[in-house]
Design a protein around this ligand. Structure first.
Ligand code: TRP
Length: 372
């Protein structure tokens, strides 16, 4: 089969074959046995139940250590290249569930260095101010400030740089080139960057002077960074970080990933309710052109972006989702009605989120980990 899709930490395009990624990256399925085990710690999150968080590395090991009384910490992050959209929020919402379920600390990295290095158009002050904007969205989700710390790379060099150096020394250029596809024209900051993303995965062990397990919930597109980090971890005497991977949040125009390069396909947390409604009302559904046809033939939930949104985040009740799928296939419910119901839930969500985001402006200092 032709590989007509691309998944790298910087680009996701085409129709992603998530099963093929598991094979290609060498990760494991989040299978029923693992789900059953995870359900012992608290009710499974819908993203797990629905196979959206679908792949992992060493999650069973994390639970073994946890059961043996060795608590792990969570680490995730965001490259501040623009405003936060729903696709970014999804893994953070999942991270919050993990924190609440396991009562563990979270370190959240904002890579202002990464987005500066990889994007010709962005200055360091652009990415730094976006880091601040994105941080408000993280705080708005309600992470516990006593156990959640946010690291902005360029403010945390004293902590991160020594670990990044140790990491960088073990990664050869040929590995970085093979994994990330670097070329002769790639700037050397980009080549070094993976060691900055690896650093928080080793940071707590470094600080505590003993190995502490680390679990990274992230999009499957970020796996290459951590594959490299895991490979070299034993050489530095660290545990390999464990991972839980999610599928990419779909765009509203039928693409596989919500992306800032397609603003109409993307719902930002800063959008007004009017903008949210407008984008959803013009979303791709794959439905028939006329009402008669739709009533007769039904819709196609498997390709409909509105249905996908409900499946990913906006209909937590499994039975209600099943019922919607049935009604759609039977032509009992039309796209307009379905879009309106999604727009209502999304607007409700965004309005509450924006209030919390405003309130977050006074809480930033409670979350910042370091400023050297
Ligand atoms: N590289 C990620 C991005 O572009 C940001 C990031 C840094 C990250 N550390 C992470 C993502 C850890 C997930 C987990 O968004």
């Amino acid at each position: 089969m032709a590989e007509d899709f691309k998944v790298t930490p910087w680009e996701v395009s085409g129709e992603v074959d998530y099963e093929m990624l598991i094979e290609k990256f060498g990760t494991k399925h989040v299978d029923n046995a693992l789900l059953k085990r995870m359900s012992k710690y608290g009710e499974l999150h819908p993203l797990l139940r629905r196979g959206i968080v679908y792949s992992h590395r060493d999650m069973d090991w994390i639970l073994d250590r946890y059961d043996a009384g060795e608590k792990f910490y969570l680490y995730t992050g965001r490259g501040p290249s623009g405003h936060t959209h729903m696709g970014h929020l999804m893994p953070w919402i999942f991270t919050k569930y993990l924190q609440d379920t396991f009562k563990v600390p979270l370190y959240f990295q904002l890579t202002d260095d990464e987005k500066f290095l990889f994007n010709d158009k962005l200055s360091l002050s652009d990415t730094k101010s976006m880091a601040y904007e994105n941080m408000l969205d993280v705080i708005a989700l309600g992470f516990d400030p006593t156990s959640t710390k946010i690291l902005i790379d360029t403010d945390c060099v004293k902590t991160l740089y020594p670990i990044a150096l140790k990491t960088a020394k073990k990664i050869t250029f040929s590995t970085a080139r093979a994994v990330f596809g670097f070329e002769n024209s790639t700037n050397i900051g980009s080549i070094f960057y993976t060691s900055m993303q690896a650093a928080p995965a080793f940071m707590v062990s470094e600080i505590e002077g003993k190995n502490v397990p680390c679990l990274i919930p992230c999009g499957i597109d970020q796996d290459p960074h951590f594959r490299v980090a895991r490979d070299i971890a034993p050489q530095l005497g660290y545990y390999k970080p464990a991972l839980l991977h999610n599928k990419m949040f779909p765009g509203l125009q039928g693409t596989d990933k919500m992306s800032s390069s397609q603003p109409n396909s993307t719902i930002y947390t800063t959008d007004t309710p009017k903008q949210v409604r407008k984008k959803i009302m013009s979303a791709f559904t794959g439905g028939a052109v006329t009402v008669e046809e739709q009533r007769k033939n039904g819709g196609k939930p498997e390709i409909c972006s509105v249905f996908k949104y409900k499946h990913f985040l906006f209909e937590e009740n499994d039975e209600a989702l099943e019922e919607l799928m049935r009604k759609c296939r039977n032509g009992e419910i039309l796209c307009g009605e379905c879009k309106k119901s999604l727009a209502d839930s999304m607007v409700k969500f965004i309005e509450i989120h924006q209030e919390k985001r405003e309130a977050a402006k006074d809480k930033v200092q409670d979350y910042l980990y370091c400023s050297d």
